[in-house]
Design a binder for this molecule. Sequence first.
Ligand code: C5J
Length: 222
Amino acid sequence: MAEIAAQPFAFAFRPETTALIVIDMQRDFAEPGGFGASLGNDVSRVTAIVPTVKRLIEGFRAAGLPVIHTMECHSPDLSDLPPAKRDRGNPSIRIGDVGPMGRVLIAGEPGTAILDDLAPLPGEIVIKKPGKGAFYATGLGDDLKRIGAQQLVFAGVTTEVCVQTTMREANDRGYECLVAEDATESYFPEFKASALAMIRAQGAIVGWTATTDQVLEGIANA
Ligand code: C5J
């Protein structure tokens, strides 16, 4: 087994069974006028991690390891959007409403797209997910089985919502999971810090955390 220097201890992995999952690096979470901003959030925190996420993606591609992208989005008829999700909170525009980047979080709309700098390459797996977790109502589980993944590295947004939810789903399904600390972000710095602390507490009860440099060094030395 190869190793990534990580917290709370080294993360063991085999390159041939390791994949990167980049969660929801979409315009709707990163740009003014999108879903994240409609909830009153400062989206500049998300744009700040784009170069680091790009470096991580490029490191996986250079090593020939799979990169999987997720997008939080709903079908145009809203059939996969429960009222409990649409009505939650007090946003200025709701999921499905028309905003400055098209209908908010609707598949195919401009705002739902993954940021240009992090765009999937042809052939990379892209998961459209209606939930916060990427396993719910998607083919992610089947895709991971098909490519033989056993260890998963996570990046993307937001740390305590879609990243942590997906990581916990993956952990319960038997995957070993690591979050790249500086390639994930929250609109709330204290939530990010707490989520990372929770994940790696109690002997990596849900998973490991490491910096992007540590992940890339582990992969380069494998
Ligand atoms: C949220 C996400 N925060 N991708 N979505 O609603 O974390």
